[in-house]
Design a protein around this ligand. Structure first.
Ligand SMILES: [Zn+2]
Length: 273
């Protein structure tokens, strides 16, 4: 069993992704919710939120065998209690995060995916990997992003449109018919995609924040299989290097319209013997 990971902030910004591993578990989070100039009701910020929740979750995974949804619900509650006396947790822009959790037990792998980070399982019985991705935010967002995508990335107009886009999506956050993320409501945990597969049927697993998965799902410069090949042959840092190379080749988003020219990128890779 071997775990490797790499994480890289978007240039000039604090890293709002979080990744941690034990010999039997990995968590990966991608903090979200507060573009520059936007209110959140929280004095701590998105990076603090992702680190606090991620630390709580890896501790929960290390200590007991509860269902992953339960560990996540308890983690959301615990982090809320860290700042509900100083921050306004009813604010619609309260810091939030995607969550991917993976835990190995004696014979099985338990997984959980909430919001738009991606889990890729390379299974022995199928030619194509099993990709677990919660696309509800993308489906909601598709109806609201045309004006942002029409503007050149990096321009003041695009920055303003991105802020407006994020603020518009808040009306759909953690609501039925919208999309679900870890924020202040522990009920979000029940909305995660969770499952169990036999460990003996899995060759490897990749956990990717959307800043890393964009090589495949936004830029279409690799298939999931090819991304796994990069991770196997060269490791997570190489996958992120390829993402940055693609981003630099399209600084204004004309080829690949996107909210952020560069995004925090994190990749964790777990190989099973
Ligand atoms: Zn706070």
């Amino acid at each position: 069993m071997r775990v490797t990971f790499a994480t890289e902030a978007a240039p000039g910004r604090p890293n709002e992704d979080f990744v941690a591993a034990t010999p039997d578990a990995i968590v990966l989070l991608d903090g979200a919710g507060t573009p520059a100039g936007s209110e959140s009701g929280c004095v701590h910020g998105v990076a603090w939120y992702a680190r606090s929740l991620g630390s709580n979750l890896i501790a929960g995974l290390a200590q007991d065998g509860k269902p992953l949804t339960e560990i996540l619900a308890e983690g959301i509650k615990a982090v809320a209690s860290l700042h509900d006396f100083v921050c306004d947790l009813t604010h619609p822009g309260s810091p939030s995060a995607t969550v991917v959790m993976l835990r190995r037990t004696a014979d099985t792998l338990d997984y959980l995916v909430l919001a738009d980070s991606v889990l890729v399982l390379d299974t022995l019985d199928a030619a194509e990997p099993l990709v677990v991705c919660d696309d509800r935010e993308a489906l909601v967002g598709a109806a609201h992003r045309a004006s942002m995508d029409a503007l050149p990335s990096g321009s003041p107009e695009h920055t303003a449109a991105h802020r407006k886009y994020v603020e518009t999506l808040r009306d759909h956050r953690n609501r039925d018919g919208g999309f679900w993320v870890a924020a202040t409501d522990p009920l979000a945990a029940e909305q995660a995609l969770a499952g169990t597969v036999p460990t003996s049927g899995v060759r490897s697993a990749a956990l990717l924040s959307d800043g890393a998965s964009r090589l495949v799902d936004r830029f279409h410069l690799a298939t999931w299989r090819q991304a796994l090949d990069v991770l196997t042959g060269s490791g997570p840092a190489e996958l992120i290097r390829r993402v940055r190379e693609a981003e630099r080749s399209d600084p204004d988003g004309s080829r690949w319209p996107r909210g952020k020219t560069y995004d925090d990128a994190t990749a964790a890779f777990w190989t099973f013997s």
